[in-house]
Design a protein around this ligand. Sequence first.
Ligand code: NAD
Ligand code: UGA
Length: 464
Amino acid sequence: MVIQKICCLGAGYVGGPTCSVIALKCPNIKVTVCDKSEERIKQWNSDKLPIYEPGLDDVVRECRGKNLFFSTNIAESIREADLIFISVNTPTKTIGNGKGRAADLKYIESAARMIADLATSNKIVVEKSTVPVKAAEIIMKILRANTKPGVEYQILSNPEFLAEGTAIVDLVEAERVLIGGEDTPEGQKAVQELCWVYEHWIPAKNILTTNTWSSELSKLAANAFLAQRISSINSLSAVCEATGADVSEVARAVGRDSRIGPKFLEASIGFGGSCFQKDILNLIYLCECLNLPEVAAYWQQVVSLNDYQKTRFTRKVIEALFNTVSDKKIAILGFSFKKNTGDTRESPAIYVCSTLLDEGAKLHIYDPKVEHDQIYYELTNPYVTSEPEKVRKNITIHDSAYSAISGAHAIILCTEWDEFRSLDFKKIYNNMMKPAYLFDGRKILDHDMLINIGFHVQTIGKRL
Ligand code: NAD
Ligand code: UGA
């Protein structure tokens, strides 16, 4: 079979950009991205896409309506597709067995059931979502228990490694594509068919093929390794603050060893994003189920250290402000979990803000790309507060950093947006309450310059 039509279930941060790039690079393949959310599909078909991702608008503009379609007509897209990506969300379970750790596979299961109900011809079903090891078996069981006569399925694992903010470059210039399949002639044929799609633009040497379980585990392992590096450098940031060492210098020296490498060693207020914590918790749960408590404890420490880092930073802010922030105006610069995205899922800014709100602070928040409603949603969420109305009264959201900062006692920089580096800090200082405090949670500002202006500055991993 030569793949002519692709359907993707889930038009989120992964499904949208991934399929847009496939459409761009494979002009002869018709790619339809489906979602059960009408609102999301409407946004994908509008001028304002539902996610902010550098370069994405151009790709969508070039392909949409030609060989790239966004649709809620899931039935038709499934029926006509040769290959179906499942790119639905796999959040951490919030109730029941494994609550707080296990991945909730209800959306994966419902996607598999939809395919089983609707398919009338052979399909290659590709697990693109991040899942626990052996999830393909669940999909396989559902599909094969409901197979219509003459319909055959192959299930592949093809985890996604893109990072938000750099998704288009990550997809166009992928260092590796990973495809896992069954070790049978039919399974290997399906692997080759998916390889063929990627080979339109990815060199064959960058396409790795493995068995299904290795592929599933490699995705969890890759995220766990990345997060572990951040927790490692963040643990050392505390040592630096206590000793006078500078964590950036330590990272530079350690990273110069080619066995270690320089990337992903930026100390911060902690990692955020929808995946690192979720995927490590998923790995921990898997280890517990496999009766490997020592392995589970090892990875648990990566998450615990991240919680410690967020708490440690926020505690230091409050201590510096004379141990009370009640009724103080505090400016928050950046709310997304990293620069170049409007995504706020698990953003460390949420912890910082909610703790300060609990202490009675008045927060003035500015982020270049996060929608105002999204900030309200995150901070008034029942997981964060039992008093949403009170919280709402104590937050003001601004359209510029200058207006958020005007009259503030302190600035807390939570996200490393480039525009924060070039703010006019002399002007800002003149418009603040004195003493004027600045807490640089991302270590991106020129601290000597700020101190010369008159700011009291604190940062991560360096005593100033
Ligand atoms: P998301 O929440 O942005 O998007 C998921 C979409 O799936 C939602 O729009 C939802 O409405 C839709 N959906 C759920 N069930 C559906 C169904 N049965 N049919 C059609 N649509 C359905 O999630 P995301 O960030 O794109 O992540 C998707 C998966 O990819 C997760 O497993 C995640 O761990 C993984 N992943 C995410 C990233 C990332 O950067 N966000 C990177 C790599 C892997
Ligand atoms: C991460 C991985 O990098 C992707 O490979 C993976 O596909 C994705 O998770 C996923 O599975 O969802 P993402 O979360 O989008 O991508 O962004 P990262 O660049 O990894 O940043 C995650 C968090 O770590 C951010 O809060 C970032 O600020 C923080 N970080 C990153 C640091 O604190 N220090 C660093 O050195 C790097």
